[in-house]
Design a protein around this ligand. Structure first.
Ligand code: ZN
Ligand code: ZN
Length: 140
């Protein structure tokens, strides 16, 4: 597989990194409480890769698990040195690993395909509006 298909993301201090291959299966923009708190940003964007696409995870991470409105958990892995939540898993999608899009060092991650929990995003924070946007969860 060509090098162009390999994407590496790392935390703010560089201690924790993850390398993935290929295209993410899902790229949601999310304004839920977890995504806002884990980033400190007005919304979070995660690239969800199949766990088979994860080549390597290097460095130490601490796990933080929290519940969600649906009753399922989300488990975030953050760098104990700088605090960046680099990747996380949702109980809903056990076969996927989400990587924080802002932590990639290349700009080849494809555009987000959906926005969810938009009612929790500040009114002045806008994003590409030609993707489906939902005030709450993505309709099943
Ligand atoms: Zn770090
Ligand atoms: Zn979220």
């Amino acid at each position: 597989m060509a090098d162009a298909d390999i994407h590496k993301a790392e935390c703010a201090c560089g201690q924790l990194s993850v390398e993935v291959t290929g295209e993410p299966e899902r790229v949601p923009i999310c304004g839920c409480r977890f995504c806002r708190k884990r980033t400190g940003a007005v919304y979070g964007t995660g690239a969800y890769f199949n766990v088979a696409q994860v080549n390597a995870i290097n460095g130490d991470s601490t796990v933080f698990r929290r519940g969600s409105d649906s009753g399922r958990y989300i488990e975030g892995n953050f760098c104990p040195t700088c605090g960046t939540t680099l990747f996380w898993k949702a109980e809903l999608w056990p076969e996927l690993l989400a990587v924080a899009v802002g932590c990639f060092d290349d700009y080849a991650i494809r555009k987000a395909d959906v926005a969810v929990y938009t009612e929790h995003i500040q009114d002045w924070a806008s994003f590409d509006t030609d993707i489906p946007a939902h005030k709450g969860a993505r309709p099943q």
